[in-house]
Design a protein around this ligand. Sequence first.
Ligand SMILES: [Zn+2]
Ligand SMILES: [Zn+2]
Length: 270
Amino acid sequence: MVRADFHTHTTYCDGKDTPRKMVEAAYRKGFTDFGISGHADFSCVEPGFGMSDKALGEYKKELYALREEYAGRMNIYIGIELDALGPIQKAEYAIGSVHCLEKNGEKVVVDDSEEKLKEWVSRLWGGDWYGFAQEYFALEAQVFLRTGCDWVGHFDLLTKFNEGFRHFDERKDAYREPALAAMRRLNEAGLPFEINTGAMSRGHRTKPYPSRFLLKELSAMGGRIMINSDSHSAETIGFAFGQARKLALACGFTWLTVLKPGGGFREIRL
Ligand SMILES: [Zn+2]
Ligand SMILES: [Zn+2]
């Protein structure tokens, strides 16, 4: 049976543990396929954040060695998480994410802190969360065009601090329409969407991204899904994958997309 997780971070970016610790933990937990996806260079927004080209070179070297060491026991994949506003750097696979918007010359980081996001929306959008959501999804819709990514990372990251709809109502058309337009466009480009449990392991949400509503719509569109933890430490690899799987089944999915050794995807029974 395949047990896989392809969205994880290490000390090469903002993760807590080294690649070796992450790989050892994944193997110990019984994973057969494990990918590390360090953040690309994001110095344009936060000086020093993400991997410089030099760090990326060292990262790959270290991961190639770990792949050799684990050959025949666990497949290791070497990825990168690109941002729609960031530079393009190459690895074996790329996750396409939107962490940041540009508004009136300012960079707005969507997943930094609730306080900061509230301040930005109130100052730059006059408190109009739906206007903010519309711009977020307009950029999200371009994530493949801008990054050439292999799949969509945390599609509705803007809801990180919105549990209980405390800032905006995700049932409103003003929210759903731009979200679905972006989803259709990325699905038509053939990209899988990940179910991402990262905000759950960090205590911000009790449910994964994307929301149940969006997953149902994706399923109705014939879309594909992956399940990834976005772990920033060894102990959260595979976090809440049982819950993510149940949610996927409840939304009508029967297949799970995973990477295969040597490149490309394969579909396995959910
Ligand atoms: Zn991310
Ligand atoms: Zn990530």
